[in-house]
Design a protein. Structure first.
Length: 276
């Protein structure tokens, strides 16, 4: 699954820090946070700038400084979760232990995300990163484990949307969730229930497309939105819309660290469905 890369955004999560500098003095990724001149505020601004420049490890160091001063800072906690999702994503799928290494990073991301929710239950990003980190864990897990995680992922992403209906990345996760559950549901009908012993949450390809289109309406330049929408169209056998989405993904500029991989996967899928 291509998980979108929400930067430390405000009105538009996919924007870089410089794109949002004019937004009412609010800090990127925290609607109610003001740059008040405090040390914590300064460190969070610095972390934003470093992350926007793809200096993730350096951003991590600044966030750790914030948590030394304020262990319950929900903004820093949610951004720590984001950093560890990045770390997991960047581990190459080579060697004998790559899955274990990825899962370790995603588990740390989940831990920080849950701390963010505890610190601020009404913040969209804490809930989003719980859903995102669990989704990443699910993608490296068995089908029964994916089913076990599915309910909480749905619950958390729905909370993220309820708290901020403009959170396009939450719609992205929900769109992918619906496709995965629809695929597992179809697969489960071909397998023995003695293998699964689980009730598969109902997923819908139509809902997948709906939510991914919503994500695109909020963040139209995010490559991973186009890629996942194309995958959902392909799953429905709607080849021309899938090709259109893949071509759009290839034409967009790179914004986030995984965009080169997303572009490559879009090109590969376009070749696979050529002529259909």
């Amino acid at each position: 699954m291509a998980l979108p890369r929400p930067g430390y955004c405000l009105a538009e999560p996919g924007a870089r820090a410089s794109d949002n500098a004019q937004l009412d003095g609010g800090r990127i990724g925290c609607r109610g946070c003001k740059n008040d001149g405090s040390e914590v505020s300064h460190l969070l601004e610095k972390a934003d700038a470093l992350y926007a420049g793809f200096k993730t490890k350096e951003a991590l160091n600044e966030l750790l400084k914030v948590l030394q001063l304020d262990p319950q800072n929900h903004e820093a906690l949610s951004k720590m979760a984001r950093v560890y999702v990045d770390f997991g994503d960047l581990i190459p799928e080579t060697g004998s232990d790559w899955q274990e290494r990825k899962l370790k990073q995603y588990a740390i991301a989940e831990e920080y995300a849950r701390k963010a929710v505890k610190a601020d239950p009404n913040g969209t990003w804490g809930h989003f990163y719980v859903a995102a980190s669990l989704g990443k864990i699910a993608m490296q897990s068995s089908i029964p484990r994916q089913i076990d995680l599915a309910k909480e992922i749905r619950t958390e992403v729905e909370k993220a949307i309820a708290l901020d209906p403009q959170n396009g990345y939450a719609y992205h996760v929900y769109g992918v969730w619906h496709r995965k559950m629809a695929e597992i549901g179809q697969m489960s009908r071909l397998l023995s229930f003695a293998v699964l012993w689980r009730s598969v949450p109902k997923g819908s390809l139509e809902k997948s497309v709906e939510y991914l289109q919503k994500a695109l309406s909020l963040n139209p330049t995010v490559i991973s939105h186009h890629l996942e929408l194309a995958r959902s169209y392909a799953a429905m056998g709607k080849w021309q819309p899938a090709r259109n989405s893949l071509k759009a993904a290839q034409e967009l500029p790179i914004q986030f660290s995984d965009d080169p991989v997303n572009k490559k996967e879009a090109q590969q899928l376009l070749q696979e469905i050529k002529g259909r």
